[in-house]
Design a protein around this ligand. Structure first.
Ligand SMILES: NC(=O)C1=CN([C@@H]2O[C@H](COP(=O)(O)OP(=O)(O)OC[C@H]3O[C@@H](n4cnc5c(N)ncnc54)[C@H](OP(=O)(O)O)[C@@H]3O)[C@@H](O)[C@H]2O)C=CC1
Ligand SMILES: CC(=O)[C@@H](O)[C@H](O)COP(=O)(O)O
Ligand SMILES: [Mn+2]
Length: 384
């Protein structure tokens, strides 16, 4: 029986993690549970599993939850409390499914406590990859990818020698607007942007997928997780999201990992690792029914967010922190109807252009820069 701390329990990945835990009551137990503010979503889970520790975003939510909960639990709020529940002695696995760079400090704490980490929270690696990977190496902890592409690569690389890897091929669905030209993006609505062709996900990542920033973040995530140069990471458009990613070796053998687009599969892979366990939540992949798989070359002109991510990843230093923070803020402004879809990329580009790179930012610098960038982006928009 493995005790799990779940960060981001009320979100898309969080809820699907709960599905996997429910399906394997003799293997996994929910020990600690963190979420932001969605008490309605959290309550049935809390009543069912009665986790001993609960963490929420702020004091107000904590007080409100305390009035509604019907069993004894330690209930706290804020980042310090997240740091505590990832490092409790009885915890075996930490699932980091929180949204955004708020996941950075708990990731570092989970590493220092040498926990098994099922890692979905890509913004953390984008904003501070050098710090996270340095700590992971120091403590001998592997981040087990939940992101479908990285879970695919992780499986393709199993038992292989890293020196034999030629390149990684990340697949991209193209997102909600994949059949539109750039001119046709003028005036697109939030409702349309939120219609991902293949995956049901949280709002922020669905918008990232439509701008192609999601793939940009994933390029940087792959760079850090697998220790590969940016020149060794390619992105290819693949309509069906059935091939989750591929790797090519120096001898031109290519390995691909396939599966139905169901995030519970990579979540369970990371929870059960290094074992595998039965999965009965969805049907087997039926290639005959799918019929054909389609591929197309990626275009940096059509998707400038991907170009910006490669550029900032290559330049490194503090630029990825700015890229991530500007993107998080811009997407939030778009989701709250303050800006248009195309404003997202303009705001990010502007922040990157105006930033004076800091070579190897420490944690404190990153946390400050993250806040400053968010404030500048929202100020730029809200004052106009
Ligand atoms: N959804 C997917 O299929 C995939 C997601 N990912 C990555 O996984 C991560 C989560 O994505 P997703 O599940 O879609 O996101 P959601 O928006 O659906 O969920 C985010 C979760 O984080 C919680 N949260 C937000 N802020 C805080 C905070 N300050 N303190 C504690 N909890 C907080 C939210 O709580 P609440 O809602 O209660 O406020 C919610 O539980 C992202 O990094 C994303 O890129 C990667 C691959 C696929
Ligand atoms: C499910 C998952 O891992 C997402 O990151 C997904 O990859 C989004 O799809 P695209 O970014 O390819 O549109
Ligand atoms: Mn992904």
């Amino acid at each position: 029986m493995k005790n799990i701390t779940l960060l981001g329990g009320t979100g898309s990945i969080g809820q699907q993690t709960i599905d996997v835990i429910k399906e394997h009551p003799n293997e996994f137990q929910l020990y600690a549970y963190a979420f932001g503010s969605n008490i309605e979503e959290a309550l049935p889970v809390l009543e069912l599993f009665k986790p001993s520790y609960i963490v929420v975003k702020d004091r107000e939510i904590m007080e409100s939850l305390k009035r509604k909960i019907n069993y004894d639990a330690h209930i706290h709020y804020g980042v310090d409390a997240l740091n505590e529940i990832v490092s409790l002695p009885d915890v075996d696995i930490v699932v980091n499914a929180v949204l955004g760079s708020v996941g950075l400090q708990p990731t570092l704490e989970a590493i220092r406590a040498k926990k098994q980490i099922a890692f979905a929270n890509k913004e953390t690696l984008v904003t501070a990859g050098h710090i996270v990977m340095e700590e992971a190496q120091r403590y001998g902890v592997e981040l087990l990818p939940v992101d479908s592409e990285h879970a695919a690569i992780h499986q393709c690389l199993k038992g292989e020698n890293n020196k034999d890897l030629k390149r990684i091929l990340l697949t991209a669905s193209g997102g909600s607007f994949r059949d539109r030209t750039r001119d046709e993006l003028v005036g697109v609505t939030k409702q349309d942007a939120l219609k991902h062709p293949n995956w049901s996900m949280g709002a922020k990542i669905t918008i990232d997928s439509a701008t192609m920033m999601n793939k940009g973040l994933e390029v940087i995530e792959a760079h850090w997780l697998f220790g590969v140069d940016y020149d060794q990471i390619d992105v290819i458009l693949h309509n069906e999201s059935v091939i989750h990613s591929m790797v090519e070796f120096v001898d031109r053998n290519v390995m691909a990992q396939l599966g139905t687009p169901d995030m519970r599969i990579p979540i369970q892979y990371a929870l059960a690792y290094p074992d595998r366990t039965d999965f009965n939540l969805s049907d087997s992949l039926d290639l005959a029914q799918i019929g054909q798989l389609n591929f197309k070359e990626m275009s940096f002109e059509r998707f400038p967010c991907l170009r910006m991510a490669y550029e900032t990843g290559r330049e490194g230093g503090s630029l990825p922190t700015v890229l991530n923070a500007a993107n998080e803020e811009a997407v939030s402004l778009f989701l709250n109807d303050h800006i248009t879809f195309l404003d997202i990329e303009d705001l990010i580009e502007r922040e990157l252009e105006n930033h004076n790179k800091i070579e190897k930012p420490d944690l404190e610098t990153i946390l400050e820069l993250d806040q400053e960038t968010r404030q500048r982006v929202s100020h730029t928009v809200l004052k106009r």
